[in-house]
Every structure is written in structure tokens, then in C-alpha cells.
Design a binder for this molecule. Structure first.
Ligand code: DOR
Ligand code: ZN
Length: 430
């Protein structure tokens, strides 16, 4: 049965497109134009229709830590936030560092996920070749320690990874030696998290990753870029023709280290929330950023309430990212084209995702319908994520997701998830 989306405002990364969207029986866009015939029509009454978001950086904790999140709750949160495809991180317990573990994760996702998904494989000292031969979309390399025990510091291992892995290497750039040294002289408290893991550590590590990228003609993607210094390093690398891309998170765009004073561990993540001037550098250089990633990293309220040295780092974000960006649009801080580029088109380009992220014939009909006038308040206890809290609790945001479609099917109607567990599919990449 064909389905027509009529009376909608279409936006792509290039701007407004005039017309209605016809979706074929195969769940792909069949035509964009006027006066199109269809079996069924959805009149959007002038609402905005954007490509579904593609989030390259989430931690859905499944398998291993499903008390924090699982593939069903995490992907429900995704759909409620307008995210139709996620790439899941490998720092599970145990970590996803082999094809066998990827297969195990895939068999869980297959039965639970309600949005489309792909996986990153974790780098170790010895799995570069197995990673290269695996079916993971990309490799995640932790150069600084964080949640889980994935970490590569050894020089030979790093050389081997950058010379062997040919797809995208996603780097968590925070130099571990630098972090250890910095944290000695600092009073351990959430308010000092940015001093425990200062910008310098991120910049030392990123410089090393870029040097390795250059030496081995590798392909690097900088996860959660958070400082002005990193922005300059990435801009320079791009200018000199290296294959370097980067993402920023909404937490680094919309919060600063000030938030840790009020929220303690509930505003603590790695890399930390930074200073106002670092935050400004991210906003001022969005045109050099390839994508926005939620880095959705749920932990329970009980875990976050523990003393600093025992509490984990990481913040949930799948449901709040698009509303935060739409609110920024309403304040004239960002354009709709830029939102689309950063949340879908850019990500699909970096990771070579096939058939996603474009309002064009032949692409999957993954859409988010947005009401730009609707205001909502982010509220702890009112979220789909299993952890059910948000660092943005209490914020009033203008612009809301009212419907989400995945491959032509309504999957979120503004209040409910409308599909069965296991309807998500593995993404194709090239
Ligand atoms: O704050 C963080 N939390 N940073 C990471 O790198 C990992 C993440 C998590 O998995 O909790
Ligand atoms: Zn992460």
C-alpha cells in the first residue's frame, strides 16, 4: 500500500523542498512532487517533516548491563526523540571485541530493537585484524579510560590499529597518563571533573590520533569533541586533506562545567562538561563539525547518587537532542538545514550508511514530524530511557517530535511506541 505525506514542510541539509512525499510498499521514498496519487494520505497540516535522526554514538548496555538500559527501552527512547537509526558502542560488559560478540549483540538487538541499528567494535591491543574483517560499521578506540575496561595505550598497538583498520576509527581522545597526573592534585568531586580530566589531556590524545591517521592514511572520527583546542586540531587536519571527521554532543553544546555544581554526578561525563569559552568554540565552529551525537550513556539514579569516586560517568540524551536543537532554532541559534546536516546527512556520510538520511527517491522513508510551536518540559520520571532521568530536567523547550516513521511505518505517534519489539533492522554500510 502506498502512503502520501501531504501538506508538509520538507527540509533537507540543502534547504526547503517543495512537494508531498509518496512512500511505496517497500518503505522507500517513491516520489516527491505535487498531486500524487496514493492508497492512503497523511495530512501533516503544515508541520515540518525531516529525515529521521541517525545517532552514531549510543550505549544501550545490552547485553550485560540491562538494568541500566536494553535494546527495547533504548530504541524506544530513540524513536520518541526522532532517532530512527543508532550505532551502538562496544563498552558492554563483557566488551564487544570480536565477531562472535558482535553476533551475540546482534541476536539480542534483532529481537528487541524498534529502530534500525549498527554496531561499533572495540579496539584492544590485539584485535585490529579481526576488527577489520568483522561486520562492525566502525571501530571504537578508547585512548583514555572511561566506563568499562576498553583502553589502548601501547604505542605498537596503536600503530597496528591505524595501519590495519581501513574503515572509520572512532576515537575517544583523552590521554590516560595526562588524566592520571592531573587528577592527583585535584580534590575529587563532580564540580572538579573538568580539572580531573582537563582539556589538555583531550588535546594531547587527539594530536596523537591525528598523527597516526596521517602516518597510516587512516580514517578518523573524533567522538564528542569538547574543547576549543580540539576544534583547531580538527580544522587543521581537515585543511591538510586528512580523512578526519568529528561529532559534538548536545551536553557539550547546551551545558558547561557550571552544571556540575548544581547537578553533581548527574552532570558528569567523559569528556567532562567544559568552560563557557570551550562551549562557545563549538557553537562558533559548527560548520566544521560533521555530526551531532547524543552519546546516550544511561546509568541508574542510585549509581549517580554515589560518592564521586564510585559514581559512573555518562548522561542519557536520545529523547532530548532534537527538542534542544529545535529550541535553539526558535532562538535563531541554528538553522533547520544545519540541524538536518548534523543529525542525519552528515552522520550517514561519515559512516557510509546506505539508503538513509535523504529525502530523495529510493531512500528509506525514515521521517520525524516536528511541531515547531509545541512547548514541552523535560522531566525526570517522564522518559522512555530505563534510567528515567535527564541532565536537562526542568528545561522548557520549544519544538517537539510529534510522530516518527521508520521505513514508511508509524513507529511513534507522539505518545506511544506503535511497533513490536524486534522490528528494527541492521543498517547497511559501504
Ligand atoms: O561519560 C561517558 N560515559 N563517557 C564514555 O566514554 C563512556 C560512557 C558510558 O559508557 O557510560
Ligand atoms: Zn560514549
Amino acid at each position: 500500500m502506498s502512503l502520501l505525506f501531504s501538506n508538509c514542510k520538507l527540509f533537507t541539509h540543502l534547504g526547503r523542498v517543495n512537494g508531498d512525499v509518496l512512500v511505496g510498499e517497500d518503505g522507500k521514498i517513491a516520489k516527491i512532487g505535487h498531486n500524487l496519487a496514493s492508497d492512503e494520505t497523511i495530512n501533516l497540516h503544515g508541520k515540518l517533516l525531516l529525515p529521521g535522526l541517525i545517532d552514531p554514538h549510543v550505549h544501550l548496555r545490552d547485553p550485560g548491563q540491562t538494568y541500566k538500559e536494553d535494546f527495547y527501552t533504548g530504541t524506544c527512547a530513540a524513536l520518541a526523540g526522532g532517532v530512527t537509526t543508532i550505532l551502538d558502542m562496544p563498552n558492554n560488559s563483557p566488551p564487544i571485541i570480536s565477531q562472535q560478540r558482535l553476533n551475540e549483540k546482534n541476536s539480542v538487538a534483532k529481537t528487541k530493537a524498534v529502530c534500525d541499528y549498527g554496531f561499533h567494535i572495540g579496539a584492544t591491543d590485539s584485535n585490529a585484524l579481526e576488527a577489520q574483517n568483522s561486520n562492525a560499521v566502525a571501530m571504537k578506540l578508547y585512548m583514555g579510560s572511561t566506563t568499562g575496561d576498553l583502553l589502548v595505550e601501547n604505542e605498537n598497538s596503536l600503530q597496528n590499529i591505524f595501519s590495519t583498520f581501513k574503515r572509520t576509527i572512532v576515537v575517544h581522545a583523552e590521554d590516560n597518563k595526562c588524566i592520571k597526573e592531573a587528577s592527583v592534585a585535584v580534590y575529587h568531586a563532580a564540580e572538579n571533573h573538568n580539572k580531573m580530566r582537563p582539556p589538555l589531556c583531550a588535546e594531547i590524545s587527539l594530536k596523537k590520533a591525528i598523527d597516526l591517521t596521517k602516518k597510516h592514511s587512516a580514517k578518523l572520527h573524533v567522538a564528542h569533541m569538547s574543547t576549543g583546542g580540539e576544534v583547531e586540531l580538527v580544522k587543521q587536519a581537515k585543511k591538510s586533506g586528512l580523512r578526519v571527521s568529528c561529532e559534538v554532543t548536545p551536553q557539550h553544546l547546551f551545558l558547561t562545567e557550571e552544571a556540575t555544581r548544581e547537578k553533581g554526578n548527574f552532570a558528569r561525563l567523559n569528556p567532562p562538561l567544559r568552560s563557557k569559552s570551550d562551549q562557545q568554540a563549538l557553537w562558533a565552529n559548527l560548520s566544521s563539525v560533521d555530526c551531532i551525537a547524543t552519546d546516550h550513556a544511561p546509568h541508574t539514579i542510585e549509581e549517580k547518587q554515589k560518592p564521586y569516586d564510585e559514581a559512573p560517568s555518562g548522561l542519557p540524551g536520545l529523547e532530548t537532542t532534537l527538542p534542544l536543537l529545535l529550541d535553539a532554532f526558535s532562538r535563531k541559534r541554528i538553522s533547520l538545514e544545519e540541524i538536518v546536516r548534523l543529525t542525519s546527512f552528515g552522520t550517514s556520510q561519515v559512516f557510509g550508511l546506505v539508503g538513509k538520511a535523504q529525502l530523495a527517491v529510493g531512500f528509506d522513508a525514515d521521517f520525524v514530524v516536528v511541531d515547531l510551536e509545541k512547548e514541552t518540559r523535560v522531566e525526570n520520571g517522564d522518559l522512555w530511557t530505563k534510567c528515567n532521568w535527564s541532565p536537562f530536567d526542568g528545561m522548557k523547550l520549544k519544538g517537539q517530535v510529534v510522530q516518527t516513521f521508520l521505513r514508511g511505518n508509524e513507529v511513534f505517534d507522539g505518545e506511544n511506541i506503535c511497533v513490536k519489539q524486534g522490528s528494527g533492522k541492521n543498517v547497511n554500510w559501504k
